[in-house]
Ligand binder design. Sequence first.
Ligand code: SAH
Ligand code: F3S
Length: 480
Amino acid sequence: MQEKYIDENKQGEAYAIAEKEGNTKKLFLESYGCQMNFSDSEIVASILNEQGYNTTLKVEEADLILLNTCSIREKAEQTVRNRLSSFHHLKKSKPNLTVGVLGCMAERLKTKFLEEEHLVDLVVGPDAYRDLPNLLKETEGGRDAINVILSKDETYADINPVRLGGNGVTAFVTITRGCDNMCTFCVVPFTRGRERSRDPHSIINECKELWENGYKEITLLGQNVDSYLWYGGGPKKDFAKATEMQKLTAVHFAQLLEMVAKAVPEMRIRFATSNPQDMSLDVFRMMAKYPNICRYVHLPVQSGSDNMLKAMNRQHTRQEYLDLIKEAKNIVPDIAFSQDMIVGFCGETEEDHQDTLSLMREVEYDYGYMFAYSERPGTPAHKKMEDDIPADVKQRRLSEVIALQGELSRKRMASYVGKTHEILIEGTSKKNENQWKGRNSQNAVCVFDKQEGQKVGDLVNVFVYDNTQGTLIGRVEEKY
Ligand code: SAH
Ligand code: F3S
């Protein structure tokens, strides 16, 4: 299965080394939650590389421990709390060790962290990473330090991220930050602030540089990429105040996709995440026009019931969503979709739940990321609605949704069998060191026997002859 979200039970993976000659201090940096956090950690590592820190994978040798945290569900926060307490003994034996919390939990819990969790010396929100050098100076003086100010225009456009822990082939490129959508269940608009888009030129430059450095696939990242709008001004919500010239020359997401597709014509391009309400058909048209834009869209719907969609403040109906999928399939017949689903949202009836199952059957998603609703303090749902579905009902509905997605994934994977797919080699298969693993354009994972002369980063034609629920099994046809 795809690792879009990191398993909340797993610890955030400590990242590979970012080294700069002459640096003497050691940073242990762990990320939790969505891809955006992983991408942000690369910005943080870059900033701290300039401040004398190289990263380490050994927590015992760290001078600075930073956890880039996630608030999306209660479980995610609990994982981070447990991780923080595991540093207790280190902190005792190493008085100069600094422990910091970055990201969404920093934003949500603010000073509470410093007051209640005495293990933390530093709290930095997602828009304040440039301030890290100053904040660290404060902690060196023995004081606690905090900056959780959210910005209207910070995009870290000029900071060249240090690529951490990757395979040297696939990379994230952040294009928007924050979210203005206010889905009632979601904490992101509160922890990541207003939506703003990054200058397209800095995006293009980053993509070109990645290509020059051997990268073969990029994922354009944002909470809601389809809402991308660059007009040379600040947040998207101020677009109405833009000058005529700014309005005329504004760049929308489909245009940005085209610019990137042309700038790095052999680079595979993916993007995440899309919100159906902001998705324009032009995006699918670009996909049809440029073969290097992958035929895959992660298009969360959250529920198949109109009542729930309304309660969640999703700005579309079930039918509108299904129409969008239909149109997309018309424009790009070999397109694949994945979903995010929330079960057990406030007031969800058995009928609503059945609507979710029937919508899934209709769309036939390749994969899914499914969650039981977890109430988040401060969100509109927490303020105005009742989290009234019993835990056992949520769990049962979740199992049903997961079981159905399993069936659908197996069916979709089977539909790729008997055909040749272009696979980008990303690394050695975890299960068999004599096999490569990679993905096709539709994002399906494929494993196949290694052949001499092949290396990570190669695009190979693989004939798929079998499948499991989440993996295609193939053999190489020819190399090119
Ligand atoms: N646009 C974002 C979505 C962020 S949240 C992105 O880039 O992925 C990721 C998913 O977590 C959501 O699509 C939703 O399915 C789930 N989620 C968000 N808030 C939740 C909550 N309070 N309880 C359970 N799941 C939630
Ligand atoms: Fe959250 Fe909805 Fe934005 S799920 S990130 S508020 S699109």
